[in-house]
Write a protein of this length. Structure first.
Length: 117
C-alpha cells in the first residue's frame, strides 16, 4: 500500500520560511514525478510545484522565486522550501506522486501552513 506522509507545516509570520517534507512508502517513485498542491480556505486545490525523476522542476507563477522543490537521491522523499511567505500562501499543502507530472495518482493527507500578517 502506497503512503505519502507530509510534515513540516505550521504557523509562521509573513516573510518567514518553512520546509515541507513528504516521504513515500510502499513503492518507489525514483523514475516518476512528485509534487505539491495546496487548497486555501474556500478555494479549489491548485498546483504549486513538481519535480520529475530527472530533476526538471515546474512552479506556479505565484511561488516562483520563493519556493524550491527538491527530492532526495533515492527519489522517495520530496521537499518544498518556502521562503518569503505571504498570508495568501495559507493553505493545506498536499504531496502527490505518480508516473509523471500529468499523472499524479497518490496523495498525502495534507499539512496545514498558516502565514500571519
Amino acid at each position: 500500500q502506497v503512503q505519502l506522509v507530509e510534515s513540516g507545516g505550521g504557523l509562521v509570520q509573513a516573510g518567514g520560511s518553512l520546509r515541507l517534507s513528504c516521504a513515500a512508502s510502499g513503492r518507489t517513485f525514483s523514475r516518476g514525478a512528485m509534487g505539491w498542491f495546496r487548497r486555501a480556505p474556500g478555494k479549489e486545490r491548485e498546483f504549486v510545484a513538481a519535480i520529475t525523476w530527472s530533476g526538471n522542476t515546474d512552479y506556479t507563477g505565484s511561488v516562483k522565486g520563493r519556493f524550491t522543490i527538491s527530492r532526495d537521491n533515492g527519489g522517495n522523499t520530496v521537499y518544498l522550501q518556502m521562503n518569503s511567505l505571504k498570508p495568501e500562501d495559507t493553505a493545506v499543502y498536499y504531496c502527490a506522486a505518480g508516473l509523471s507530472t500529468g499523472a499524479f495518482t497518490y496523495w498525502g493527507q495534507g499539512t496545514q501552513v498558516t502565514v500571519s500578517s
